[in-house]
Design a protein around this ligand. Structure first.
Ligand SMILES: [Zn+2]
Ligand SMILES: [Zn+2]
Length: 269
């Protein structure tokens, strides 16, 4: 059977320089070594159909407020991948943290897909806790609520088939309703894991990234994302790993993650 997903772009738009210590929930030997995070949106291409965008990224205001280095606006990143943001019809929001749902206005003609549990949580009393609230921004959440009132929000309840070749799988723990996106490509199922795994090292070292609602649930979600990828790191695309651009064929900060890596990802770790 021909691949249903013909291309997946991981489009980098921002970066945060930081030491390794900030990326794990326990002490690590290389704690003061640089271990930056990259920020991505993803584009899933299918024959004859508009690309499906996964996450919106954030804009200049959030970059300034949070000290992240903007490499290019998300809209420019999409343009560099040959995508007109005005023609995007569907955006899957893996979760509602500022770096994944902070630029809804870049997609004025899109429907936004979100898990029931995620929007419920982001508008609940849990946001009175400043620690839980920290990775969310109020304005994008409010924008999403406004979009609900103009029929632009599509809710998903747990695991659902999004379209032929694209499946949504609920993997909570990092947030209440984080979902990963499974894509059927020529080389098998590629899992866009978003923040189920910030970095390959979070999986490899079995040390969570230190933002989660529930650690056992986070660990189970990471196990599930890896199982959905057939147990292969080469088929799991983490949310924030600069290694994605190094390991997969890439040009101009855009990695083709539908293609196999240059060598097994494990050999880079
Ligand atoms: Zn997150
Ligand atoms: Zn993130």
């Amino acid at each position: 059977m021909p691949a249903l997903v013909t291309r997946i772009d991981a489009i980098r738009y921002a970066r945060h320089e930081r030491p390794a210590a900030e990326n794990f929930n326990a002490p690590v030997d290389d704690h003061d070594q640089p271990m930056p995070l990259d920020y991505f949106v993803w584009a899933i291409h299918r024959e004859g159909l508009a690309p499906v965008i996964v996450d919106t990224g954030f804009g200049e205001d959030a970059a300034m407020a949070r000290g992240r280095a903007m490499i290019r606006p998300v809209v420019q990143g999409l343009r560099d991948a040959g995508i007109d943001h005005l023609l995007v019809e569907d955006v899957i929001l893996t979760h509602l943290h500022y770096d994944h749902a902070g630029s809804l206005s870049s997609f004025p003609n899109a429907h936004f897909h979100v898990q029931d549990a995620e929007l419920a949580h982001a508008t609940s009393r849990a946001m009175c806790d400043h620690g839980i609230r920290a990775p969310f921004d109020g304005e994008p959440v409010a924008q999403l609520v406004r979009k609900l009132y103009t029929d632009r929000v599509v809710f998903h309840a747990g695991d659902e088939e999004f379209a032929p070749g694209i499946a949504l799988r609920l993997c909570p723990g990092h947030t209440a309703g984080l979902m990963v996106v499974c894509c059927e490509t020529e080389r098998g199922t590629v899992v866009l894991a978003s923040d189920a795994a910030h970095l390959y090292a979070n999986i490899d070292r079995k040390l969570p990234f230190p933002i989660y609602l529930d650690e056992p649930q986070y660990r189970a979600a990471q196990d599930r994302a890896l199982a959905l990828a057939g147990g292969s790191l080469d088929h799991l695309i983490p949310g924030h790993d600069p290694l994605v651009l190094a390991a997969f064929p890439s040009e101009n900060g855009i990695a083709r993650v539908d293609l196999p890596p240059h060598k097994p990802v494990l050999e880079y770790l």
